[in-house]
Design a protein around this ligand. Structure first.
Ligand code: SAH
Ligand code: DHB
Ligand code: MG
Length: 224
């Protein structure tokens, strides 16, 4: 009942504020048709990412976890001309779907899709010395969130924003006895956030078409 209501409210919000869009709709349709898991951010969450990137004035965005490119399109559309988004995806098949979706959205010139394990790709991105990212969206495997956050910090500057998806997981985040590697990863990330003097952070629970979950948002306030 509750989840039905959350989903109905999501549809109401989408109907009011997040109009249908051919490229975004195609990204979801092709992803579903190819059998990708239906775990992209929801439309209202995608628009939240887009608005946060615009509020931030982001010119350089890093995304970890592309799937079919749905969140990538939302984020890349926030970029000004000459902006750049690097997105990392481990699965070759998912990356192929994403590449087609990004091209269909007309974003091929702004988005660089790197295929590989994020923990192998991130050191290469760091070594390229392309400058700090204004915004990083972490949305890949949850057990490695602590390592991804450490990389995101290293690739940030004072004023950068780091957003992490799926930090609540139906409330399982508060289970201190959990042995689930995903929950352990999220909890260890929260320990890092709490102890990190160079960021100011919060987490927000979300309900809706994807159930009960949440985002963490960190602003880099200290020099790195
Ligand atoms: N950001 C996407 C959803 C990402 S789902 C959206 O909202 O549209 C998580 C993605 O992370 C999956 O595509 C999965 O293949 C990828 N992933 C999982 N482990 C990974 C790893 N170690 N390195 C890179 N990508 C990984
Ligand atoms: C899963 C991953 C996600 O990034 C998400 O938003 C929801 C679910 C998953 O792996 O189950
Ligand atoms: Mg996610």
């Amino acid at each position: 009942m509750t989840e039905t209501l959350w989903t109905a409210v999501d549809h109401y919000i989408d109907g009011m504020l997040v109009p249908a869009d051919a490229a975004l709709d195609a990204a979801i349709e092709t992803s579903n048709a190819a059998g990708l898991p239906p775990i992209a951010v929801t439309p209202s969450q995608g628009k939240l990412l887009h608005l946060l990137a615009r509020i931030q004035g982001a010119r350089n965005i890093l995304e970890i976890g592309t799937l079919g490119g749905y969140s990538t399109i939302w984020l890349a559309r926030a970029l000004p001309a000459g902006g750049r988004l690097i997105t990392i995806e481990a699965d070759r098949k998912y990356a192929e779907i994403a590449r087609a979706n990004i091209l269909r959205a007309g974003l091929g010139g702004l988005v660089e899709l790197r295929v590989g394990l994020a923990l192998e790709v991130l050191p290469r991105v760091a070594a390229e010395g392309g400058g700090a990212f204004d915004l990083t969206f972490i949305d890949a495997d949850k057990k490695n969130i602590p390592a991804y956050f450490a990389f995101a910090l290293k690739l940030s500057r004072r004023g950068s924003v780091i957003i992490v998806d799926n930090v609540v997981r139906d409330g399982r985040v508060i289970d201190a006895l959990s042995s689930d590697p995903d929950i352990l990863g999220i909890r260890r990330f929260n320990d890092m956030l709490a102890a990190e003097p160079r960021v100011s952070a919060t987490a927000i629970q979300t309900v809706g078409a994807k159930g009960h979950d949440g985002f963490a948002i960190a602003l880099v306030t200290g020099d790195l």
